[in-house]
Write a protein of this length. Sequence first.
Length: 674
Amino acid sequence: MSTRLCVPVRWMRRRARSLSLVAAGVLGAAVPPAWATEPVVIQVDAAAAKPISPDLFGIFFEDINYAADGGLYAELVQNRSFEYRPTEQRGWNPLTSWDLVQRDGGRGALHVDAGRPLHPNNPHYAVVDVQHVGGGVGVSNPGFDGIVVRKGAAYDLSLFVRQLYVERRWGGPPFGADDAFSLTAQLEDAAGAVLGQTTLSYSGTDWQRVAGAIVADADCDAARLVVLFSTQGGAAIDVVSLFPRETFRGRANGLRKDLAETIAALAPKFVRFPGGCLVHGNGLPNMYRWKDSIGPIYERREQPNLWGYHQTLGLGYFEYFQFCEDVGAKPLPVVPAGVSCQNSGYTAGRGQEGLPMAEMAAYIQEVLDLIEWANGPATSEWGAKRAAAGHREPFGLEYLGVGNEEHITPAFEERFRAIEKVVREKHPEIVLIGTVGPFHSGPDYDEGWRIANALKLPMVDEHYYESPRWFVENLQRYDKYDRAKSAVYLGEYAAHDEGRRSTLRSALAEAAYLTHLERNGDVVRLASYAPLLAKEGRTQWRPDLIYFSNASVRPTINYEVQKLFGVNAGDRWLATTVEGAASADVAVSSVQDSSTGAIVLKIVNRAVESRSLVVRGAALAAGRATCTVLAGSPDAVNGSDPAEDLKPTTTDIAVGPSFAYEAPASSLTVLRLE
Ligand code: AHR
């Protein structure tokens, strides 16, 4: 890309420099040049409207930055199935996060075994060997950096257990199916004080699931779960699980309520999952295979997460689809295109690998099975599995991504074409989304588009992470896209400011870009910021849209922008022009929501001073409009002191076929005319 700055950028820089000199007292009081005080004229022409995608703004969910396990997925126990491996993180093993507990003279040992697993997909389990009962022998688990419990809240515990098959100490027969045992599970604070407990009974020496509830009698941000046995011999345990009773929409195996509510507030029209690079995986065995992620959690095939940790797949396809339904969004699953990630080499040195062509027919059937699972009747083979999981009605899958920003090699192309051919033949109703590499231009982009054009793909997935300046210099990118070719899903984007901070500057660059996505909403049908979630202290990628800890949720300013666009989306773009000498930093779009008739103007002013605007349009009925403004210093960042966070404020203003509006410095304004 050329390093020459375009005129508006040079002007912005000069302007910012002179303003800071004024602020520093180096220059005299600013006398704005005449052109800067002339109003910017915004003309809204409803007669020249065009339909735009009603699904434009959605979200990209990937299990990166502990977004799923330890994040949105509400499971509180870490390594619940004893499947952590040394290949996932240095020092990890099946007993990571588990410690032996020996109370009041109790004596025992803890080891991992694989001799009589609960399920072949879940090979390891823990054995608590109780040599001397004392006050109990068992295990403790601190969750993901401490378990947050709240006074009065209920926590649902479940685990699989079987008594060890040992001779009774007094020489009697071994334990049998009729023998009864009990275990005690408790939540404890760091000092060992019990915050709540339950006692569960079980019998015999075969695996069985036991469950109960613990009600906390105090708050604690760093509790641990302790499971104690008091029978000589001990027990084997697996899938030790603890969920807050209160999950998002009260779902079993559900999602963390505060985080899910923060996501739902974005009013996403679609949810893309499960990634990102996670989809194609770190080498072929690590591809995300959707069938591994459905069914009872103890049958799911856990696996390494290419972002350097572990995926239980507890948040699997059923949970993703259910979440989409719960938030009124369309599901957008992305399946691997039969090749692994080209960056797989960082652990294995292999780079992109393709499934053997001999396996492709079976793999393509797997993709067809997904469509049947989502949309088939409950009487179909895969629809029956969906129904058995609790969703008899089809989910209504419309979009399906195949591949994620692959290096477009011959191996990729051969496999992608094979999948595309069968899926589109058998399911012309599905919008198949291809991939055009990891950047906005370059060889993979060109090659991806070559394939898209040759196959007349319904849609392609573009990705780019760039500076705020790149975004404002490329506002016109989609104006020139050929409407006869594939539509665009802008599947991953974010403006990365210096220091990878989520500043108002980056948020306004994104906001300006979004106004142009609306303008081009006939060709750009879907768009999602990436990544969505990041856990503080467990982050592999910056910036992200929403940061969180175990006890709090911290949306960025960029989140506020996404939310304003999400809740103020439309399905018709009203032709809008912006003119005037001081219009370089102003970006505007006008949309209409045909279900309510509301007209929404989104006005971005990136200048560091306010802008006088005159808004004209015969369709703008005289009355009052709600006026929501997000404004502040371009360097503002939310999070260090939540009391100081930049949040939008709402008032109302008089509007009509011609009205004046002063757009504050560095601001996004949303004017909503009902
Ligand atoms: O969003 C983070 C990563 O960026 C995604 O996994 C990948 O698709 C892209 O490179």
